[in-house]
Design a protein around this ligand. Structure first.
Ligand code: NAP
Length: 295
């Protein structure tokens, strides 16, 4: 077995993403010699110890990062500024600080200025997830065959970037580098807007009278069901994503609304060709996803 990449990995947040990493570290043995987990609530900390996926749990993030050569922020992105302020004075010289947050410009804005000299900051984002959250929801194959985008600010130490890229490769991910603003625009269209639409459509359905609401649930299999799966995601995580990728999300939403208006017009005027064309385009996109093994 290869040498562990890190002596001690501190995971700040052990929900779906953090606990999946902890499980992989347990199973493979070549990610970290020791895993320290940090969570806010006693319930999560107790559960992590019961699951046996960390060597130690800490309530205080400052204690969790002491002596760690890799620290990963895996809490909701809205908590990153406070977490970074709490851990910054306690980060070991030469340590790598990384994260898994779904927005990247905000993380660089909130965390970057607090990183002490001699600590390497390598933001990243694994494009893998489910609608479940908490320490029980993680699993070892979560990142397999999925992309992880590594988004280092200019001038970041190449060796530190290489080690984070290797960590994600060992988790089964395909690694790509991306520029932060580009990351946020791409994610706005492929992930954040679809979630916004799912939350909205479920809200719209729920606003209907009691009688039709029961109809919605009884006949949900016709497409609505797929929206409800996405809409089951964690409210705090998604609140933070929307508020921390505001501009790109609003831009994509505006474009979407224009296109939706065009579709509404086609429906109103019976423009069958337009409608068929859009549906055909959707099918093509689905087929290419299947070919790329990202379905
Ligand atoms: P999660 O399952 O809800 O877990 C969040 C973890 O963070 C929990 O351990 C929680 O502790 C801790 N936490 C919450 N608020 C905190 C705070 N204010 N200070 C310190 N710790 C706090 O979340 P997740 O789905 O793993 O997401 C974690 C990060 O990964 C987020 O930044 C998200 O944007 C990103 N991400 C998520 C997905 C996805 O699909 N879920 C995919 C890629 C990236 P307690 O349980 O004790 O509250």
């Amino acid at each position: 077995m290869a040498e562990p990449l890190f002596r001690r990995l501190a995971l700040i947040g052990v929900g779906l993403i953090g606990s999946s990493l902890a499980r992989i570290a347990r199973e493979r043995g070549d990610l970290a010699g020791e895993v320290v987990a940090c969570a806010r609530t006693a319930k999560t900390r107790a559960r992590v110890m019961e699951l046996g996926i960390a060597d130690r749990v800490e309530e205080d993030p400052a204690r969790a990062v002491a002596g760690a050569d890799c620290v990963m922020l895996a809490a909701p992105v809205g908590a990153f500024a406070d977490l970074a302020a709490a851990i910054a004075p306690h980060l070991a010289p030469g340590a790598i600080l990384t994260d898994v947050g779904s927005t990247k410009q905000s993380v660089i804005r909130d965390v970057g200025p607090l990183v002490p000299a001699g600590v390497h900051f390598v933001p990243a984002h694994p494009l893998a997830g489910t609608e479940y959250s908490g320490p029980d929801s993680g699993f070892v194959t979560l990142f397999q065959g999925r992309y992880t985008l590594v988004v280092p600010p200019p001038g970041t130490d190449e060796d530190a970037i290489g080690r984070i890229e290797e960590l994600w490769r060992r988790c089964g991910s395909t690694v790509e580098r991306m520029e932060p603003a580009h990351h946020d625009r791409v994610l706005a269209i492929v992930s954040h807007l679809p979630h916004l639409l799912a939350f909205t459509i479920c809200g719209t359905a729920d606003d209907l009278a009691d009688e039709s609401r029961s109809e919605v649930l009884r006949f949900a299999a016709s497409g609505f069901r797929d929206f409800t799966r996405i809409a089951a995601s964690d409210p705090v995580m998604w609140r933070d994503v929307f508020l921390n990728n505001r501009e790109a999300l609003l831009e994509m939403l505006a474009r979407f609304l224009e296109d939706a208006q065009a579709m509404a017009r086609a429906v109103r005027w019976g423009d069958a060709g337009y409608i068929e064309d859009k549906v055909e385009r959707g099918r093509k996109i689905r087929r290419s996803l299947i070919e790329l093994k990202q379905a």
